[in-house]
Design a binder for this molecule. Structure first.
Ligand code: ADP
Length: 485
């Protein structure tokens, strides 16, 4: 007996201590017992509710469900979870998760027993989470930039409306069903070449685990509509360094590109218009020079005019070529010529109009034949020699050295000028790029000479690069495929 009492006491303590409500009902649903937690959760006194029907406690909208549960009891012995809202003393409703089971003695239903767990706070935070998720969804949906989220295997987890529109799809589902996001688009690089999908920033971010970005031109193959995008991808890694998510932002830059095109058109027209008067000035200066005796003081002035006109002519030539290259209409001829002869010619030409620097050519007996556009290659060499002079005002010489390998011929142009910082030595070949070095800013220029030079050299399967250190001068090199004579 003692043992039983002891156990009953224990049972009572457990019932009193449990944070959930323990309750019993009559077969009809009248409340017959409530544990103390009822008072803590609802704020009501237990005795106010003993003897009342269970459904009176629940929210009007949940009543039907509560009555159905009561009716179904005899048949349902298993413990099932039901979510119901019950009223509390301050008039608010608490969300409780109920379990319920039938008490059957000798085959007869004598009542019901169960527990109610207060999940109000859990529900509130769930609702808050949903609300912020919905808000985020609205922001992402309406943002003008495209957003793509992929998992660590490249599977697309999320795309917003801007991506759906850009991919030419009617809905997100149609887009997600496609083999890849770019299925109905034709992608091109800035140079008009086919864009290899493995080079797309999201693929690279996934494969290399680094931030990646690209400017991509894409044409919708169904509508023919053409657009430009600046695509940036960022990998997110777990604590083991493995990429688990890639977030890609696609920024539509079609308008900016359109403005660039207009600017290119303007450059093209302006340089065309400038060409004729400058050629005419050049002709008259030549005539005037002939009309004077070589030692005449005027000849010196005319030589200065000639040098400036020469610079202007080169600039106009570059501008014209730039606009032609941009419109992909530049005609590249293919002719065979001996490289050292070309180098000699360019050096002689530049030396004639230049009095500040000695241009020292070392051909090293190299005789090689190149197949390319002779004029364009002369232009490249002239460009880098003229830069060498321009960016070395404190020195008086430029060295031009020919180099060779079994399949190439190359040239290195060494100056003793201001040099280029390491992080800029590749950027200087970009269109319109001019160094950030304040000293170089004092030299006039447009930042297109090297861009054009690279376009030309690359066109003939060659390579152009710079070796430099700030303040220690620069060596510009380029090489082209060549055959020995
Ligand atoms: P531009 O000389 O008209 O600015 P380029 O395309 O020929 O354009 O050159 C791009 C930039 O590279 C220049 O603005 C200059 O800062 C840098 N650069 C080119 N050649 C040299 C050189 N020999 N020494 C130092 N900087 C150079």
């Amino acid at each position: 007996m003692d043992y039983l009492f002891q156990n009953e006491d224990r049972l009572k303590t457990i019932i009193n201590l449990t944070p959930d409500i323990i309750y019993t009902l009559s077969p009809e649903g009248i409340i017959t017992f409530l544990s103390p937690s009822f008072e803590r959760i609802t704020g009501f006194k237990k005795k106010q509710w003993i003897g009342r029907h269970f459904s009176e406690l629940v929210h009007p909208n949940d009543k039907e469900q509560a009555e159905k549960i009561i009716k179904d009891w005899p048949r349902k012995r298993t413990v099932v979870l039901h979510e119901l809202r019950i009223i509390s003393r301050d008039g608010s409703y608490k969300v409780l998760e109920f379990t319920i089971a039938s008490e059957i003695v000798n085959g007869k239903l004598i009542g019901k027993i169960g527990m109610g767990r207060d999940i109000t706070r859990h529900k509130e935070s769930e609702a808050k989470l949903k609300e912020s998720r919905d808000n985020l969804e609205i922001i992402l949906k309406n943002i003008a930039d495209g957003i793509v989220v992929q998992d660590g295997n490249g599977k697309v987890m999320y795309v917003n409306d801007a991506v759906v529109r850009a991919a030419g799809c009617s809905s997100m589902n149609t887009l997600l069903k496609q083999k890849n996001l770019y299925q109905s688009l034709e992608l091109k690089t800035q140079d008009g070449m086919k864009f290899k999908t493995q080079n797309l920033p999201n693929r690279r971010a996934l494969a290399e685990g680094e931030d990646s970005e690209e400017i991509v031109n894409y044409r919708n193959m169904t509508t023919g509509e053409e657009k430009w995008s600046h695509i940036k991808a960022r990998p997110i890694k777990n604590n083991k360094g493995k990429v688990v998510t890639v977030v890609t932002i696609i920024n539509d830059i079609t308008q900016r590109k359109e403005l660039e095109r207009k600017k290119d058109d303007f450059i093209s027209i302006a340089s065309h218009e400038l060409k004729t008067p400058v050629t005419s000035i050049k002709g008259y200066v030549h005539l005037l020079k002939k009309a004077h005796k070589p030692r005449d003081e005027h000849v010196r002035y005319l030589e200065k005019v000639e040098l400036q006109v020469e610079r202007l002519t080169n600039l106009i030539k570059d501008l014209l070529d730039l606009s032609v290259i941009r419109s992909e209409k530049l005609v590249f001829r293919n002719e065979k010529f001996e490289f050292s002869e070309l180098a000699q010619e360019v050096v002689d030409d530049l030396q004639r109009t230049n009095t500040t620097h000695r241009i020292m050519l070392e051909t090293n007996g190299i005789k090689k034949v190149v197949s390319a556009d002779r004029d364009k290659i002369s232009q490249v060499l002239a460009n880098i020699i003229m830069n060498a002079i321009k960016y070395s005002p404190g020195s008086d010489k430029v060295k031009v050295k020919l180099l060779e390998s079994p399949e190439h011929v190359g040239v290195a142009v060494r100056d003793y000028g201001i040099g280029i910082s390491h992080d800029e030595k590749d950027k200087i070949f970009d269109r319109f790029y001019r160094t950030k070095d304040a000293r170089a800013k004092t030299y006039p220029g447009l930042g297109i000479g090297l861009y054009l030079s690279r376009q030309i050299v690359v066109k003939y399967n060659g390579k152009i690069w710079a070796e430099t250190k700030r303040d220690q001068g620069t060596t510009f090199c380029f090489r082209l495929p060549a055959e020995s004579i």
